[in-house]
Design a protein around this ligand. Structure first.
Ligand SMILES: Cc1ncc(COP(=O)(O)O)c(C=O)c1O
Length: 309
C-alpha cells in the first residue's frame, strides 16, 4: 500500500495513515472484506514504528470503517462509507463558562474518581497516565546499580537535586529553550508545579482564563486561591481565540492556563499557528500564559514546539 507521509506536517503520522486508508476505501480502491496490510509490513514499508500503525488502525476501527479479526488482521467493513461520517464531529457549544469563587477541594473532586475507578470496566478519561513500560523493573534496577545508593537518601535543596536539574536543563536546551539548572524547580509531579505557578500569578478575586473543558486539578487550585474562572470553549483547533480576545479585553485576567499538547480531556494538540496567535493575544493584553505540558513526552510523532519557543 502506497502512503505518502509528510513527516514535517503538524498532522500526526497515524492520522495521515488513517486519512489515506479512509480515502482508499471511499474511492473503492479498498473494498468491503479486503484485508489491510499487516501491522508489521506496513510499519516496515512506511518506516514508522509499529505502534503508529496500531494507533491508525485503532482509529479506523473506532470510526467503524474496519474491524479486527483475532489472529487474522484488520478487514474493511461492509458499511456503506458514503453514509459514514468520517469528518470530525467535535463541535461543542461555544458558551463561555464563568464561575464564582468557591471552595472546591482537590480531594472532593479526586476521591469519587478514584472510587469509581475500582468498578470493573470503568475507564477514567479525566487524567492520562501512560502504562508503564513492561521492563520498568529492569530499568529501575539498572539505574539503581549505576548510581551510588548514597545519592538517594540525603535531604536535597528545596529546588531539587542539582544533577536532575542539570539533566532536565540539558533536555530543554536541546528543544531550543534557554534554560539554566538554576531556573528549574523539581516538584512532586505537575500538580505541585501548577500550584506553585498559580500561587505566584493569581490572587483572590483575580480573573483567570482556562479552556473549557479543562483538567479538573487546575480548577481546584484556582478555586482554592479564590480566583474567578473564565472557561473559554474549545473548538477543533483549540481555545476559541475570538472569545479569548473578547474576555482578555473586558476582564483583564491575570493568567491564561492552557494545555496545548494532548489537551486533557479532549486530547487535542494545537498547531504552531494557533500557539502563535494565542501568544500574540497574551502579549497584546500583557497576560502571562501558563502552559501545562504534562503530556509532551508521551507523543509518538513530533508535536509543535512549546509556546515559549
Ligand atoms: C493536564 C494535566 N496536568 C497536570 C496533571 C497532574 O499530573 P501529576 O500527576 O504529575 O501531578 C494532570 C493529571 O492528570 C493533567 O492531566
Amino acid at each position: 500500500m502506497k502512503i505518502l507521509l509528510e513527516r514535517q506536517s503538524h498532522k500526526p503520522i497515524y492520522l495521515q495513515i488513517r486519512d489515506r486508508i479512509s480515502s482508499l476505501i471511499k474511492s473503492g480502491a479498498l473494498k468491503s472484506g479486503d484485508r489491510l496490510p499487516s501491522i508489521r509490513s506496513l510499519a516496515e514499508s512506511l518506516q514508522v514504528n509499529k505502534l503508529t500503525i496500531i494507533e491508525a488502525y485503532n482509529v479506523l476501527e473506532a470510526d467503524g470503517i474496519v474491524s479486527a479479526r483475532q489472529g487474522s488482521g484488520y478487514f474493511v467493513n461492509s458499511v456503506s462509507l458514503k453514509s459514514a461520517n468520517l469528518e470530525s464531529t467535535f463541535a461543542p457549544a461555544q458558551n463561555v463558562i464563568i464561575t464564582k469563587p468557591g471552595k472546591c477541594s482537590f480531594y472532593e473532586m479526586y476521591t469519587p474518581l478514584v472510587q469509581a475507578q475500582t468498578q470493573p470496566g470503568m475507564i477514567n478519561f479525566g487524567y492520562g497516565y501512560p502504562r508503564p513500560p513492561k521492563d520498568i523493573n529492569l530499568i529501575a534496577r539498572r539505574a539503581l546499580k549505576q548510581e551510588d545508593a548514597d545519592i538517594f537518601f540525603p535531604h536535597e535543596m528545596p529546588q531539587g537535586q542539582l544533577t536532575l536539574c542539570r539533566q532536565i536543563a540539558q533536555m530543554l536546551v536541546h528543544q531550543g529553550l534557554e534554560v539554566f539548572p538554576e531556573n528549574l524547580i523539581i516538584t512532586n509531579g505537575s500538580q505541585q508545579g501548577l500550584s506553585l505557578a498559580m500561587n505566584y500569578y493569581v490572587q483572590s478575586g483575580d480573573w483567570v482564563i482556562v479552556e473549557a473543558p479543562t483538567y479538573y486539578g487546575a480548577i481546584s487550585i484556582l478555586e482554592n486561591l479564590g480566583a474567578k474562572i473564565i472557561g473559554i470553549p474549545m473548538t477543533a483547533e483549540g481555545m476559541n481565540l475570538d472569545l479569548l480576545e473578547k474576555y482578555l479585553h473586558s476582564h483583564r485576567p491575570k493568567l491564561i492556563y492552557t494545555i496545548s499538547t494532548f489537551h486533557n480531556p479532549t486530547g487535542l494538540t494545537t498547531t504552531q499557528t494557533h500557539r502563535q496567535q494565542l501568544l500574540a493575544l497574551a502579549e497584546k493584553y500583557e497576560c502571562p500564559i501558563l502552559e501545562d505540558n504534562a503530556y509532551e513526552g508521551i507523543n509518538f510523532d513530533a508535536v509543535p514546539a512549546p509556546i515559549k519557543l
